[in-house]
Every structure is written in C-alpha cells, then in structure tokens.
Design a protein around this ligand. Structure first.
Ligand SMILES: Nc1nc2c(ncn2[C@@H]2O[C@H](COP(=O)(O)OP(=O)(O)OP(=O)(O)O)[C@@H](O)[C@H]2O)c(=O)[nH]1
Ligand SMILES: C[S@@+](CC[C@H](N)C(=O)[O-])C[C@H]1O[C@@H](n2cnc3c(N)ncnc32)[C@H](O)[C@@H]1O
Ligand code: SF4
Ligand code: SF4
Length: 337
C-alpha cells in the first residue's frame, strides 16, 4: 500500500478530529465589515475595533494552499459582508486557481449581487447563498435595517441568470418578526429552483433577552413541513449539519439548520478562519488560534499544516450552546457564521 506523501515530517493527510469527523470544508471570512444592521447580528451596525487589518490576497493564497493540501475541497467566502472587499473578485480567482478546491461558494447579503453576479461567476464562483430574512419589504427593512429588498431580489435573479450551480436563500427564523412568512417563501420556491435555508436563531454575545424574545424552534417548522407532504432527503456527503426536505411538485428545496437539535454536531464537516487569520474549530469556541504568523510566505506551509493537525486533535465533540456558552462569538459577523 502506498503511504501518503510527506513534506518534512508532516503527513499530508486529510484533516480529521478525534471523533472521526473529516473536514473538507473551510469557511473563510475576509472582512468583519458590514453595511447592514441585522437585528440578530449587528443591531448597531459595524464599529471598527481600532484599525483592523484583514487577510491580504497573499495571506489568503497561502491559507488556501495549506488547506487544499490537507483535504479541503470546498471554500465558502464569508464575512461581515465579503463583497464589500474591493478585491473580492481577485479573492475568488485566488481560490479558483487552487487545483484542490472543487467548490467555491460565498454567503452575502446580496447588496452588490445585481451588478456583479456575472463577474463573480466568470471568476470561478459557483455557489451563492443570499440572506433574505423576509419576503415582505417592510419586514425585511425592520430586520436588516436596510431598505434594499428590491435590490437584493434583483440580485438573486441576476445570480439565477448567470448560471450559478446553486442559489441558496438564508432566513433566520425569528418569532414575532418573520414567523408568518412561511407561506410566501413556499409560494416562491414552487416554480423557482432555489434552496431555502431556515436557520434557527443562535444565542450570541447579544445576550439572552433577544434570544428569548425571538428564538423559534426549527423542529416546529420540520413538523409542519412533514405534515404538508415534504420528505426528508437522504443526506449527501457535503450537506453538513443541515437537514434537507423536498417535494416533487416544488422546484426548490428547503433546508433546516437546527443547532439546538440532538446530534446536530455529529456531521460537522467545517472549519473556520476569521478575517484576521484565526482558526476557529467551532462557531462557538472560546478562542481562535492565530495562523497569521505562518501565512506570510509559501515556505511556511509545512509548519502551518502541522499546526492545523495539532489543533484538530483538540476539537470538541459539540458546542455548549445549551448551557448558554457562546464562546468568543460576540456576533456571527466576526467569524462569518
Ligand atoms: N452552529 C452552526 N451553525 C452553522 C453551521 N454552518 C452553518 N451554520 C449557520 O448557518 C448559517 C448559514 O450558513 P451559510 O453561510 O449559508 O452556509 P451553509 O448553510 O452552511 O451552506 P453550505 O455550505 O451549503 O452547507 C451560518 O451563518 C450559521 O449561522 C455550523 O456548522 N454550526
Ligand atoms: C454572519 S452572515 C455573513 C455573510 C453575509 N453578511 C450575510 O448576511 O449573508 C452569515 C449568516 O449568518 C447568519 N446569522 C447571523 N447571526 C446569526 C444568529 N445569531 N443566529 C443564526 N444565524 C445568524 C445570517 O443570517 C447569515 O445568513
Ligand atoms: S447577518 Fe450578514 S448582513 Fe446581516 S449584519 Fe450580519 S454580517 Fe451583516
Ligand atoms: S456548532 Fe460547532 S461543532 Fe457543532 S456543527 Fe457547528 S461548528 Fe460544528
């Protein structure tokens, strides 16, 4: 049997944790900055902490190269609002140029999509998730603090036209806000081939009060979907912790992210790197591990990979959200969700 190729003493094997989970998927944040004020994320808008220096193109290239060598096949570019980076298209190109990365995605509030969907597609982006918390423009404004519903919807049309493999819509379920929107969302995906993803609100540093006022259990939506003839799909390899549902008379699909459900983390397949170059083993870890000192030059790859393997051994089995432990995550914009 062939042994895996080695680089120095580092084994170039698949990133794996001590629970047997393999990590093919990196969520790479490229900025903390955002122009929206979503009430569950940045209710007062983005306020810089000093003069933040986010990962440069060179650092991103070195990061992607190292992750590619240890089994990463999918990269999601996230933020803050990733598309606010002036070099966003160059970032896509850097990721697309790496031969190991088969699947390049981004998550965006959709604000620049109408103008740039085709340009990003041409640079190599293939999947796009757009956050649309309500299909009622007034409610959209109330939740996001921005009166940009029509712009975002035109952006989604542009993405569908540009030929993206997958256009997904994220909506955070919010009691007392968008909880009456399910019929509208269902009507939309009847004849439109998009994946809707409902995300259960997660508690962050925003605190208990907001969480308790607006948390809505994904399990209730699941029960409603099953009663209405939707079927739970057999999980495919890159689904991660989401549960997906389909119905033969609908062009779109529905996914649920229910982080408070039993066993949610058993299928965890993703790692995160923040816009300042910290590795987060979980969305809710207590602290990130700095990688930046090893992102400066391509000659540091072996050391970087060794650090990644060393950290993976310490990944915990699950989050501790049930105990109200939200880690360092003041808001998800700081780590890319
Ligand atoms: N707790 C937890 N939440 C997650 C995880 N992955 C995604 N989420 C939540 O779902 C949100 C939407 O994720 P997206 O950026 O659209 O990506 P995704 O839904 O994971 O999409 P895929 O890459 O297709 O699996 C994130 O910002 C988080 O709020 C996870 O591993 N753990
Ligand atoms: C942090 S945003 C970053 C990307 C981009 N700005 C956007 O909104 O799509 C990524 C995702 O995190 C979700 N999110 C943010 N805060 C959340 C929370 N407290 N609970 C659940 N999802 C959250 C958002 O709805 C969004 O879909
Ligand atoms: S969810 Fe996205 S768009 Fe909304 S405030 Fe957070 S980072 Fe910005
Ligand atoms: S909460 Fe943490 S361990 Fe669980 S699926 Fe998300 S990232 Fe993975």
């Amino acid at each position: 049997m062939l042994s895996p190729p080695t680089l120095g003493k580092v084994i170039m094997s698949q990133l794996q944790d001590s629970f047997g989970r393999k990590f093919h998927y990196l969520r790479m944040s490229v900025t903390d900055v955002c122009n929206f004020k979503c009430s569950y994320c940045l209710p007062d808008g983005y306020h810089p902490d000093g003069k933040p220096k986010f990962l440069s193109l060179n650092e991103i290239e070195n990061l992607v190269s190292a992750f590619g060598q240890v089994g990463t096949q999918k990269i999601r570019i996230t933020g803050g609002e990733p598309t606010l980076r002036k070099d966003f298209t160059d970032i896509i190109r850097v990721v697309a140029d790496n031969p190991h990365i088969k699947n390049i995605a981004t998550t965006t509030n959709g604000y620049r999509l109408e103008k740039h969907a085709q340009e990003w597609f041409d640079a190599g982006l293939r999947r796009i998730n757009v956050s649309v918390d309500s299909l009622d423009p007034k409610m959209f404004y109330q939740i996001t603090g921005e009166n940009k519903f029509d712009e975002v919807m035109r952006g989604i049309d542009a993405a569908l036209t540009a030929g993206f493999e997958r256009v997904k819509i994220n909506a955070v379920l919010l009691k007392g806000l968008n909880d009456k929107d399910l019929p509208r969302f269902l009507h939309w995906i009847k004849n439109t081939p998009i994946d809707l993803r409902f995300i259960e609100l997660m508690e962050t540093g925003l605190g208990r009060e907001y969480f308790e006022a607006h948390h809505l259990a994904g399990a209730d939506i699941k029960a409603q979907l099953l009663a209405d003839g939707w079927h739970l799909d057999t999980p495919s390899a890159d689904d991660g912790p989401a549960q997906n549902f389909s119905r033969s008379d609908y062009k779109g699909r529905i996914g649920l992210i229910m982080p408070y459900a039993n066993n949610f983390c058993a299928s965890c397949n993703r790692l995160r790197v923040s816009a300042k170059g910290k590795l987060h083993l979980c969305l809710f870890t207590e602290s990130g591990v700095d990688l930046r000192d090893l992102l400066q030059h391509s000659s540091q790859q072996a050391e970087l990979i060794e650090r990644l393997h060393g950290q993976l051994a310490q990944k915990k089995e699950t989050h501790y959200l049930h105990q109200g432990i939200t880690g360092v995550t003041q808001h998800l914009a700081s780590i890319g969700g």
